[in-house]
Ligand binder design. Structure first.
Ligand code: IPM
Ligand code: MG
Length: 367
């Protein structure tokens, strides 16, 4: 029997609830398709931080390194643990630590899921956002200066508000030629494999960000030239955000730097019915990839059986495909699509009354 070792990090809030349903579905798929997931669960996250003072053990990355994949729920206990701790020391530590540079977030609305637009049909929309996930403003470079600091004097002359402030803060994004190139090649390769419109749209903002986005644009032009069969287009990210709403059917593959991609993919989640329906994966070429829905820990609904497990289940299907179980992945996706189309067993965010576990059970039953 084929076996895969999966590190499971359920995390906080609704994370454990949706991951439990995801695992139920994945193991049922394994029974049907003849493979087994050997899962090891790690209780890391903000709850763990409250008990131990760390979100994961010091050797956490070493522990994860030997797994075939990582399946993560959600991390965060706002109000109890400063938000940046779980983000920096767990989610970003894993993305950066394993060089998971390609954060892939499909935008394929399921008929039957809430759809916010009236001028297009959900079936017409089918695109993927490839978000660079190891660079940009997420590298953690920055600082804060007070008037006594020598640096303060250097920049104070740039703007009148700087000079009269009690403090300045700066946060810098770094973009590398190699980092841009690999994620752009990933996006073009994906466009080539997809049965879509064979088009890659790059989210840029060179009109205002003349260093980082300039390099981004130059590399995009070089990479686009390597793929003459794929149409390449540049869009300023602000205009692109508008077109996600006005013309979402025009997109095939979108490639974006880390922060732009973060923002665009919450917007695109609205097109698939909300964060409860939006899956995601962070791919690495040198270490384990991480399968993680874009949604957060939603502490307001945690523990009430209300969370929509569809995002986590579809994220699990992405993991199966990555592990080489494409048939099982497609079957899980079809079972989810059928359930949503039928509309009987949906969680409250989708207008239903079913619980998290009932949705998971219905998908298992349909496999
Ligand atoms: C996401 C989240 C994360 C991000 C946070 C939790 C760091 O918003 O996965 O989109 O910004 O990448
Ligand atoms: Mg986000």
């Amino acid at each position: 029997m084929r076996e895969y070792r999966v590190a499971v990090i359920p995390g906080d809030g609704i994370g454990p609830e949706v991951v439990a349903e995801g695992l139920r579905v994945l193991s049922a798929a394994g029974e049907r398709f003849g493979f087994r997931l050997r899962c090891e669960t790690f209780p890391w996250g903000c709850g763990y931080y409250l008990q131990t003072g760390r979100v994961m053990p010091a050797d956490g990355l070493e522990t994860l390194a030997s797994f075939d994949a990582i399946y993560l729920g959600a991390v965060g206990l706002p109000g109890q643990v400063p938000e940046e701790i779980g983000v920096r020391d767990l989610v970003l530590a894993i993305r950066f630590g394993f060089d998971q540079f390609a954060n892939v977030r499909p935008v394929k609305p399921l008929p039957g899921a809430p759809f916010p637009l009236s001028h297009v049909r959900p079936e017409e929309v089918d695109f993927v956002v490839v978000r660079e996930a190891t660079e940009c403003l997420y590298v953690g470079l920055g600082g804060r200066y007070r008037p006594g600091d020598p640096e303060f004097q250097v920049v104070a002359s740039l703007r009148p508000t700087f000079a009269r402030s009690r403090e300045l803060a700066y946060q810098t994004g770094i973009y590398s030629e190699a980092g841009c190139r690999r994620v752009m090649e990933f996006a073009f390769d994906l466009a080539r494999r997809r049965a879509g419109q064979k088009r890659v749209a790059s989210a840029t903002k060179t009109n205002a960000l003349g260093f980082g986005m300039k390099l981004w644009d130059e590399v995009f032009a070089e990479v686009a030239a390597q793929y003459p069969d794929i149409e390449a287009e540049w869009q300023n990210v602000d205009a692109m955000a508008m077109r996600f709403v006005t013309q979402p059917e025009r997109f095939d593959v979108v490639v974006a730097a880390n922060l732009f991609g973060d923002i665009l993919t919450d917007l695109s989640a609205a097109l698939v019915g909300g964060l409860g329906f939006a899956p995601g994966a962070n791919y690495s070429r040198t270490g384990p990839s991480m399968f993680e829905p874009p949604h957060g820990s939603a502490p307001d609904i945690a523990g009430r059986g209300m969370a929509n497990p569809v995002a986590a289940i579809l994220t699990g299907a992405m993991m199966l495909r990555h592990l080489g179980e494409g048939g099982a992945a497609a079957t899980v996706e079809q079972a989810v699509a059928d359930l949503v189309a039928e509309g009987r067993v949906l969680t409250p965010d989708a207008g239903g009354t079913a619980t998290t576990a009932e949705v998971g059970a219905a998908i298992v039953a349909a496999l």
